[in-house]
Design a protein around this ligand. Structure first.
Ligand SMILES: [Zn+2]
Length: 280
């Protein structure tokens, strides 16, 4: 999965430090990120030394340290014209194995960027917020409201029936590949209850024997995804919610129409079911 390379190499506690010339810069603009696409499609983020810092520019904000490099968020206005060798590319479609580290940094930085961007003013009283000096937290200068980073919990569910796996496709989305059942946790429910509710809502099935598999930070959408396997209980007749899904069907373990892309939890879960290695 995308984040696997970061295990033991991501230091994400907040540090109140300033950027120096060799630090990496994440500069976002209108859903795009500034980067250089080099030989064999390898991706490189600019260092501070390549950025033009205008008079009175806001200082970059420290984000995290990954693989011995510091990453900062460009908080001043993004350059309209990228420097030589660089271009803006859409964050949402940047998934590639070759530059997993850069893609992970972009996704994680994008998640933080959106949190900062959406919390410049307090949601309670509308006053400007300022960054705490010790932790990643924004504090309202008017009412003292404390705003911590927001992560949305969601489930990914592999519903099985013996040697069959339920695969589906989303309705009305650009993403047209096979997917597993997925949905957000509502306030007041457990992750397990989310699994039961989402499976019933989307395909009309009851499930049992929930087994947690793994989780995945998915910064493009600000989520933490939690993967579960479970077994269909009772009738295995599918009744899809056509607002959510365009199709859903059972596929045999030995003939699953989806490949692991090395990036997403969904694809890894489909692969390990195909190999018979899912938690039993
Ligand atoms: Zn306030």
């Amino acid at each position: 999965m995308l984040q696997d390379m970061a295990v033991g190499r991501l230091e994400n506690e907040y540090r109140n430090i300033s950027a120096v010339s060799e630090d990496r810069i994440l500069c976002f603009r209108e859903g795009q990120v500034l980067l250089s696409r080099g030989a064999e499609d390898g991706l490189t983020l600019p260092t501070l030394s390549l950025m033009e810092i205008g008079e009175g520019a806001r200082a970059p904000r420290y984000l995290f340290r990954l693989q011995e490099e510091n990453y900062f968020l460009w908080t001043d206005s993004a350059p309209a014209e990228p420097m030589d060798g660089f271009a803006y590319e859409p964050v949402r479609t940047l998934r590639q194995l070759k530059s997993k580290e850069v893609c992970f940094a972009i996704m994680t930085g994008w998640h933080l960027y959106n949190w900062y961007r959406c919390n410049r003013l307090c949601g309670c009283c509308g006053t400007a917020t300022e960054h705490d000096s010790k932790e990643r937290m924004l504090r309202c200068l008017g009412c003292g409201n404390m705003i911590f980073p927001r992560i949305n919990p969601a489930v990914i569910v592999a519903v099985t029936d013996g040697d069959r796996l339920l695969l589906s496709k989303y309705a009305g989305r650009a993403y047209t590949r096979f997917a597993l059942i997925a949905g957000f946790t509502e306030i007041g429910e457990t992750l397990e209850q989310t699994v039961h509710r989402e499976v019933m809502e989307e395909v009309g099935l009851r499930v049992k024997n929930l087994r947690y598999y793994k989780s995945q930070p998915w910064g493009v959408d600000g989520n933490i995804l939690t993967g579960f396997f479970c077994d269909a209980e009772g009738s295995t007749d599918i009744h899809i919610d056509e607002n959510e899904l365009s199709m859903a069907a059972w596929y045999p373990r030995h003939d699953l129409p989806a490949q692991d892309d090395g990036i997403s939890l969904t694809r890894e879960m489909i692969r390990i079911f195909g190999e018979g290695k899912e938690p039993k």
